[in-house]
Design a protein around this ligand. Sequence first.
Ligand code: XMP
Length: 512
Amino acid sequence: MIVILDFGSQYCELIARRIREISVYSEVIPHDSKWSEIKEKFNPEGIILSGGPNSIFEDDSPKCDPEILESGVPILGICYGMQLLAQHFGGKVAACDKREYGPANLLIDDNFDLLEGLWLEMAIWMSHGDSVVRMPEGFSQLGHTDNCPFAAIGNRQNKIYGVQFHPEVTHTPRGMDVIRNFVYRICGIQPNWTAKNFLEESIAQIKEQVGTDKVLCALSGGVDSTVVAAILHKAIGDQLTCVFIDQGFMRMQEAEKIKQLFTDKFNINLIHVDAVDRFFKKIEGVTDPETKRKLIGEEFIRTFEEKADELKTNFPWLAQGTLYPDIIESASTGVSDTAVKIKTHHNVGGLPDDMEFKVIEPLKKLFKDEARKVGLELNVPEEIVFRQPFPGPGMAIRILGEVTRERVALLQKADAIVLEEVKKAGLYRKLWQSFAVLLPVKSVGVMGDKRTYQNTLAIRAVTSVDAMTANWARLPYDLIDVISSRIMNEVDGVNRVVYDVSNKPPSTIEWE
Ligand code: XMP
């Protein structure tokens, strides 16, 4: 495996993903990790020093344990990481006359190992204010640009390399060749990180961890919790029981579908908690979005606690669908500490700390696309594996204003039409999300020969890679037309449909 020391680059997670894309396991760890601990915990076959926003000349710029650099394990420093290792080995780093940010052209001086397979020149992406101006002894120049004499350097004997550019971003089109060369050729790692291998190891681990104990799993119907349940069921069979809390805000017939899938197809013990009445009661008359979210989140926890209380003597373990990005965010450079809370998110994972369960998180090392592959390996239907994200509070935050049973029923019908048509057009997997929102706005229309005064629905469809930013999707006009006509013909109480053309930021994906 490869460890990536995080010096605060926005691309750390991307580096990890790139390495896993070539079927090699990688983890991001804090830059100040001690070599003795890294060696014991990971015994890595390669180390990457990430880029970062600091200059190595700042007093409090992040450093790493020097033993890492002397460990004999192959190292690749990227941008800040390259400057750090160049300085450590006696090279010289200086501020550039002018900052270099954006595309550049790498002229290749030596393509024997790191740049093997690359000829003469290649397009690269630069983002730096300092650069190496004198190489350390034992290093040779592998590539340069007009502005940067040492854009790629290497010490072949000690297998230590540095690149000033970012091979991990798509703006460096042949960047994957550089990463592949480092991982396969220089570190000598075999590509064997696959969903199948992960599953085998994970099942063995779960069996060992859990023994003959029983495990409880909170199920939401989304990809993560379904894959967790499927892995656990494969590992421990009947020792697993899933709890599904139906709060009444899911999509049309979704609660039934979940019941069917788990009991009929997977034969998993399922406790279905019908909490619809109590949730509607809880948010009766509430219109403020944050209050709605908070009340639903609290009620979810309370309902789960009550059920868990009945069961806890029998179930020492609670399974959660935590994914790797959640772990990186909270563990490394503290991005999440400083990130401003935009909305109160509520997940099945957001359970109170003081519950008397031991927690098992079988997906905590996986990215979302890897969790999907594991799901497919376990025969979880594609309909779930490739499901678009759906917020914990469900339709309740897609109904602006008061949430009533009638309004939920209306939105469910409209939402089903949106999804059916988007799928028919072959766009479901291309869109991050596509859904309908019921607005607290009535307007005048005409149906037959009668004047109407009815609800307005907004259609929201966005593309995104990680939900941090999103663009409104340029759906074909004809598709928008079909959706709009069908909704107005088939859903009673709607006489106007509008299309949301807002990007995130400044808007958010959900309306509440
Ligand atoms: P926003 O609306 O903040 O949403 O742009 C970003 C992504 O998060 C999803 N979302 C949630 N997911 N629990 C969840 O599990 C929640 O409470 C929640 N709220 C928003 C949203 O659908 C989008 O994909």
